[in-house]
Design a binder for this molecule. Sequence first.
Ligand SMILES: NC(=O)c1ccc[n+]([C@@H]2O[C@H](COP(=O)([O-])OP(=O)(O)OC[C@H]3O[C@@H](n4cnc5c(N)ncnc54)[C@H](O)[C@@H]3O)[C@@H](O)[C@H]2O)c1
Ligand SMILES: O=C(O)[C@H](O)CO
Length: 319
Amino acid sequence: MKKHVVLYKELSEPLMQRLEAQTHVTLIKRLDAQGLEQLRAALPHAHGLLGASLKLDARLLDLAPKLEAVASVSVGVDNYDIDYLSKRKIQLTNTPGVLTETTADTGFALIMATARRVVELAIKVRNGQWQKNIGPEWFGTDVHGKTLGIIGMGRIGEALAQRGHFGFGMPVIYHSNSPKPAVEARFNAQYRSLNDLLQEADFICLTLPLTAQTEGLIGAQAFALMRPESIFINIARGKVVDEAAMIQALQQGQIRAAGLDVFEREPLDANSPLLHMDNVVATPHIGSATVETREAMARCAVDNLLAALAGERPANPVN
Ligand SMILES: NC(=O)c1ccc[n+]([C@@H]2O[C@H](COP(=O)([O-])OP(=O)(O)OC[C@H]3O[C@@H](n4cnc5c(N)ncnc54)[C@H](O)[C@@H]3O)[C@@H](O)[C@H]2O)c1
Ligand SMILES: O=C(O)[C@H](O)CO
């Protein structure tokens, strides 16, 4: 008998066909109020779930007594109650690796955009404000040769270090759970305590997961250690940062600029002060959002789900 899978994310035709060949699929196209109702109605029959961007807590999981596997179309798993999934012996999987390079590209796009004021100045050109040769008031700051600070030296951190070291001649310093000698050898990188990194780096980039240990890690004290010429980049998770403290640091000139792909609450509130700051580049959580990478992530999630439902060990188990 075919098992029942609930999708809360649309898949490409080939992936949909693969999944439908082996399972009964219920597709919930949007997670709006109506979609959530459909999800609640489908959960009692579900053996497998596949999607992203849904807080899957015990309350929802309790509606799914037959659930065997959850395949997240993301590498980050902060949306899942992992302890409860494990207690229920439900296999959680994620999609590490396939999005690493694309997400590091996004990080570098934010580094370039903030340092060279790309968005702010492009808006001025569009608004007809470029009426004479530009002066220092429109100058940016160099990226090449500046110190790249990476907090969380995992897959994406390494891909960022590679771009900085080989592409832009940047000295790399990093802070992580533990020193990484192989990374140090490859990128001539140096380990720093968190506080030393915050004081020393020209670009401070977050590439660590949201966990109980990292929530609010970068708060007022951390921003106070940064320098007025520092640029802060977050491609990890919004809740690793105290957003109010970051806004204050930007308003008070404690840091030069911020490039932000992730926020405490997403979508970002249209009234956020961040949207009225010329020195902030805000993107809508596009870290992995290219056609190729999103397809690779979805394929990885389908592979993981089918393996788990077949009683095999999936390639990317989280628990
Ligand atoms: N913006 C996006 O769209 C996007 C895309 C992909 C990933 N992400 C985020 O990036 C995170 C990292 O992804 P990855 O594939 O590089 O993961 P990874 O596990 O390979 O790397 C994370 C690194 O952070 C380190 N770390 C964990 N806790 C730490 C702590 N308390 N202090 C210091 N270092 C700590 C780990 O040791 C590891 O080296 C994901 O968990 C996800 O939240 C965001
Ligand atoms: O964790 C991830 O994979 C990205 O944030 C996309 O959701």
